[in-house]
Design a protein around this ligand. Structure first.
Ligand code: ATP
Ligand code: MG
Length: 356
């Protein structure tokens, strides 16, 4: 706890290095909350990030530099996140022990649960249930997070190449949760699915009692729409992108686009269905109360409606600026433009250097 601070507490730049685009957010304390001091997004060169790995570090570093310069970012310290197969998140059950005992034994415990050499990962964990409550059966629940060191190093390296200092490495799904909680609070016992549909993956984080009870990254996203439009309608990648965003392309009859988009959304929903089935089969939860959507691909026409009708659950967009002040005049665009893609970056921007 800080009783007094000299000047502003250090803030970090939340930098979401997506496979489609970089999103960067810098937040400043304002009153009891925050305001957006800087925001920018910038596409990364096509193919420069694949399967969670940075294939063209120079291209990605250039995009980061461009985004930070254009947004007028002043901070040096950066928080980034990993996703997909770069991280493993597992809920594990252990005999009740003290935090000190847990710290001493976590590496040994992790060896049983992680399919890699523990030398090759950075480990972190969080106690979900200390097992000291009235219905504890002598066991505690711990969320174990392992990030591959080589992937972590790749992300840190592009930040350094862009002239900034990486200080925190987080996980997309948890940054998403952080942004959600900052704007919506904790809603009791509701089971809430956070679904962030990006260019190449859909991050799913299921919350109950304000805790993450299940996470999964599904490896399909906005790129699948582009690929299907190219294949089915014989258009190039740029036209496919325009069509995906609801734009018109000469020579493409308007009524041919929606069925292609719908088919891809249904295909994504098949994967989401598997995730929900697995979630219900492996946790005590038997229902989902609502889905909160974010990510560029969730903007595809009909996406939210299909989630809602297929699962019979209300689906609404996540507004990462619901309780964060956005000054359109200063930032040069409306919050509504940034909101659909900014959730992960906002969640990262809320972290402080020194956070775990
Ligand atoms: N208005 C829109 N309508 C439809 N699709 C959109 C829209 N805006 C962005 N997209 C698509 O969303 C994707 C980018 O979204 P986002 O920035 O959330 O992904 P990312 O974080 O870069 O990707 P990932 O997390 O999968 O690595 C791209 O496929 C892009 O074409
Ligand atoms: Mg993303």
């Amino acid at each position: 706890m800080a009783l007094f601070r000299f000047g502003q507490p250090p803030s970090v730049i939340g930098l979401d290095i997506g496979s489609g685009a970089i999103k960067a957010v810098e937040l400043q304390p304002a009153g009891k909350g925050f305001r957006v001091a800087a925001y920018a997004s910038e596409p990364v060169p096509p193919g420069s990030i694949g399967e969670g790995s940075i294939r063209d570090p120079e291209g990605v570093a250039r995009a980061i530099r461009a985004a930070l310069a254009r947004g007028g970012f002043r901070g040096r310290d950066v928080c980034v996140s990993l996703s997909g197969n770069a991280v493993i998140v597992k809920k594990i059950v252990l005999p009740v022990m003290t935090p000190g005992e847990l710290a001493d034994s976590i590496v040994w415990e992790a060896e049983q649960y992680i399919p890699f050499d523990v030398q090759d990962v950075n480990l972190d964990y969080q106690i979900l249930d200390p097992g000291t409550g009235p219905d504890s059966r002598g066991s505690m629940e711990v969320l174990l997070v392992a990030a591959k060191k080589d992937r972590t190093a790749e992300y840190a390296a592009v930040v350094e190449a862009a002239g900034r200092t990486p200080v925190v490495v987080d996980v997309d799904a948890f940054a998403l949760q952080n942004a959600y909680e900052a704007n919506y609070g904790l809603d009791g016992s509701a089971v809430v699915v956070l679904m962030n549909a990006g260019a190449s993956a859909v991050n799913v984080n299921i919350l109950q009692d304000g805790r993450s009870v299940f996470t999964r990254d599904i490896s399909v996203g906005g790129n699948a729409y582009r690929d299907a439009l190219q294949r089915e309608l014989g258009v190039g990648p740029e036209d496919a992108d325009r069509l995906k965003r609801g734009g018109r392309v000469e020579g493409v009859p308007e009524d041919e686009v929606p069925p292609v988009l719908r088919a891809v959304t249904e295909q994504i929903m098949l994967e989401v269905q598997k995730t929900f089935d697995f979630f219900k089969a492996t946790t005590a939860a038997d229902r989902i109360d609502r889905v909160v959507l974010s990510g560029g691909a969730s903007q595809v026409d009909g996406f939210a409606a299909i989630v809602q009708s297929r699962f019979g659950i209300p689906a609404e967009p996540l507004d990462p600026f619901r309780h964060i002040v956005w000054d359109s005049a200063r930032l040069g665009c409306d919050a509504s433009e940034a909101a659909p893609v900014a959730a992960v970056a906002v969640g990262l921007g809320l972290r402080r250097a020194g956070d775990r």
